[in-house]
Design a protein around this ligand. Sequence first.
Ligand code: FEO
Ligand code: CA
Ligand code: CA
Length: 667
Amino acid sequence: MSAVEEQPVTDRNRNFPTEGLENAEFDPTNPTENPTMGELISRRFSRRGFLKGSLATTAIAATVSPLALLKADEALAQEGSAFSFEEAIAGVDADHHVAPGYYADILMRWGDPVTNDAPEFDPTAQTAAAQAGQFGYNNDYVGYVPLDGSSEHGLLLVNHEYTNAHLMFPGIVEIADEEVNQKPLTEEQVNIEIMAHGGSVIEIEKVDGKWQRVAGSPYNRRITGETEMDITGPVAGHDRLKTSQDDTGRRVLGTLNNCAGGTTPWGTYLMAEENFHGYFAGDLPEGHKEAANYERLGAPGGWYEWHNFHDRFDVSKEPNEMNRFGWVVEVDPMDASSTPKKRTALGRFKHEGAESIVAPDGRVVFYSGDDERFDYVYKFVTSGTYNADDRAANMDLLDDGTLYVARFDEDGSMEWLPVVFGEGPLTEENGFESQADVLIETRRAADLLGATPMDRPEDIQPNETNGRVYVMLTNNTNREEPNAANPRVDNAFGHIVEIHEADGDFAATSGTWEILLQCGDPSIAEVGATFSSATTENGWFGMPDNAAVDSDGRLWVSTDGNSPAGTGRTDGLWAVDTEGAARGTSKLFYRVPVGAEMCGPLPTPDLTTFFVAVQHPGDGGDDWEGHGRPSYYEDLSTRWPDFRDDMPVRPAVVAITKQGGGKIGSA
Ligand code: FEO
Ligand code: CA
Ligand code: CA
């Protein structure tokens, strides 16, 4: 296929309200004209490209043939690689595939019992009560808290980001005269959806080499779209968070659209609320004071039908309810009766994740992308320091600290700009009366500070071993204008930015940056991909989304948006070299079934297991031969992982281990 023929999946065959939900078909909402990251990249790249090209040409002419140079380059890159495994084969079919020599075992599927009183899954007799104890839908973030330091026994932490009614419920899709329609959901189906959101905490252990849930564990817990939680930090109790259900502004029901997340150094579980605006519908009362706030968030999104049965999702009836979402939620997985806390100090936006690291002085740094076209990269630095000897002393660290937003400069430097009331433009003149106002409208504050609009910031991963930070930028298909300042007209495939914090201090307020990779098919010159020449036809990918840095400092990248018609491959997990001659080399380790995206990934501390989350398998408008078709409960493009006629497709967490044991990705 040529670059010209590439079409984003979102533009094709859209039949159902939540099909391909994360492809960001909604319009970007950033009204500023700050120079985009792509424009800066291109200015830098055009200079560097010229230099590198001139030198290379001279060397080739003087000494050896281009082919010999290429082969030497490949050998060098292979030699320096941090990874050693036989690569999986890229492609598309109904099943998942892992590199030869590894097992990929299903650990938890949608509907499997999580709590100790939950019933077995029966897709034809679903109830909200059953779902409230069963594994939720669309697993995304995966965390692991070792018990007694073990890599074979611990707590699995899993976010359930969103639901796809057309894949979950029988009998709701009607096709007549080639028209595809989804019937309105019943109240019980809406309530099942609410219970299928949130997260799971599950005690797991390895028995005879295979991971399994520990039945009867006191840790086993479901958190749902209705679990009571506290609102803490600078925004707690603010008038803008008060509703008819809660006149304190401190108590909220549920957490929604928990995409990626994080696990803190003290072993708590962070759930990042991403596209929360999609659950709300209706019109704000005329002239309502939250109008500009909601407009900047593209809210309400109206993707779901929950407002038909629950007034709090109707902004005409409960205009403040939406201010209670868009936060990072902290859960103590060691106590199943603990109340989750929405930590408002980390700001309110479409949080992709919240991965953390301890800075040299003991403060803890949390990185979080705001996943929308032209939105920003943030970090939060705690005021207090981490106490490794006293877990309880860390439990409210997230209520006090400084939020920063990133400005990436053309010369390769960067600044972290404090998002603090009273500093710079964040004053009463601009409509902020307190830090609470600044946090509720984090995006508007960041606009005023001159942050750099990015190409959809997804996961951000700090790497303790090299002092750098990896930012996944998934794509930005709104970049349509051919522009001399942008090397990739329509950034369909995304890129990865590497931040070097000043002096390797993650709490620093400045640093430098460069591009680790521009993604896409490197054999198509117009795409502008920058994978190393040692990367095979299986090794390249588009749309980086989640990532992990393992305990050896190696980078693993998972994707969202590859497809039969787009890149000729499903999403998957790739091992990406960041150091030395192999830098920019990528290898395919695992791939998902058709329609799915790859979430997680999460290695155990000893690197003998990788947990990965297969999200929305069977969704989307292509079967695995690339033909456009609706995929729905009765006529699915795959019935992974059970492959039974009486079972729908089920999102699932997979445990990958090496046959015969040993460290993953190493010989
Ligand atoms: Fe839920 Fe930005 O991915
Ligand atoms: Ca994501
Ligand atoms: Ca995603």
